[in-house]
Design a protein around this ligand. Structure first.
Ligand code: HEC
Ligand code: HEC
Length: 261
């Protein structure tokens, strides 16, 4: 039997905060209660108490940022009494079982390590998922939307994730993410995409010399001399030690002089 990261105090504690929300959406008339005995428990012990089941299930919704209907057969917003919780028809439920087994294996391995603090650190669903149904990095999310819908869709995706997740630690919103994605595109010769990524970074981090430098480089490659000069100037202004920006500015001005402007 795997070890579950379940019946511990933190989960029980926040379940009281989460549950009223989860159930209120089901309507005041709903007479559904947590079963005394599950009919189809394959990972948890058959005699798992209703309190424990409730703590675990509400913990899942919170760790993955989903509703009960993500894994169970039922319509979000409908009373819970209309759900078939014992059914295995929703494939997400089976995936969740595999995840539970995986977590049990991980925690068993951790058990064999001498912890460096007074207590052993356990892995939880939240450790990987951090409020997301699929635990993707920001770079993976943006690359997916860039491939599927182009630069516009990528910028929209960024704004949406920023709105919903910024400050919650689920995605790396520091300037490095967009900067390295931008360079990936630049190296692949996708100038429009690279510029979209670097521009977004400049909007988010206008006081960072480094992101202006990157944008300037992309503009230069795209042959937009004026914008390249503008952003190299910004980069140098924000970071006077940026020798690269100084050198590029000198080159761009020389090119301009040759062309007679
Ligand atoms: C991430 C997926 C996931 C989410 C979200 C989830 N569950 Fe579950 N639920 C499971 C899995 C997996 C089992 C079966 C566990 C087992 O096999 O031991 C289960 C079992 C149950 C059972 C026992 C069913 C039975 O009779 O065997 C109930 C009741 C239940 N969940 C209610 C809920 C409620 C209510 C919510 C929303 C607050 C919820 N679950 C959210 C995955 C989920
Ligand atoms: C070690 C990291 C890790 C842990 C811990 C973990 N997961 Fe996952 N989970 C993943 C990854 C990675 C995927 C994405 C697999 C894919 O779609 O490629 C995933 C996918 C899922 C999915 C399917 C999502 C989808 O949209 O297809 C469910 C459901 C899920 N996890 C539930 C859980 C639950 C419940 C727990 C805690 C018992 C848990 N996970 C713990 C890494 C983890």
């Amino acid at each position: 039997m795997p070890r579950f990261p379940l019946p511990s105090a933190p989960v029980l504690l926040f379940s009281f905060l989460v549950l009223p929300l989860a159930v209120s959406s089901a309507g005041a008339q709903d007479s559904w209660t947590w079963p005394d005995r599950g009919q189809n428990l394959q990972v948890f012990p058959e005699d798992t108490s209703p309190e424990r089941l409730r703590a675990v299930m509400t913990g899942f919704t919170r760790a993955l940022g989903v509703r009960c209907s993500h894994c169970h057969v039922g319509d979000a917003g409908k009373p819970l009494s209309t759900y078939d919780f014992a059914s295995d028809e929703n494939p997400m439920k089976q995936t969740a079982r595999v995840m539970l087994e995986m977590l049990g294996t991980i925690n068993k391995s951790l058990d064999t390590i001498e912890p460096s603090g007074p207590t052993q650190v356990n892995m939880w669903c939240h450790t990987c998922h951090m409020g997301k149904p699929r635990p993707m990095t920001l770079a993976e999310e943006l690359t997916e939307s860039l491939t599927e819908g182009g630069a516009g869709a990528m910028v929209e995706k960024y704004e949406e994730l920023h709105e919903n997740f910024y400050g919650r630690g689920g995605y790396d919103f520091s300037e490095g993410t967009l900067n390295s994605l931008g360079y990936e595109q630049l190296e692949a010769g996708a100038l429009k995409e690279a510029i979209a990524l670097f521009r977004l970074n400049v909007e988010r981090f206008p006081a960072s010399g480094n992101v202006h430098d990157s944008l300037a480089e992309a503009y230069r490659e795209a042959g937009d001399r004026e914008r390249a000069i503008l952003h190299y100037q910004q980069a140098l202004f924000l970071d006077p030690d940026n020798d690269n920006a100084a050198k590029m500015l000198a080159e761009l001005r020389q090119e301009g002089a040759k062309q007679g402007d």
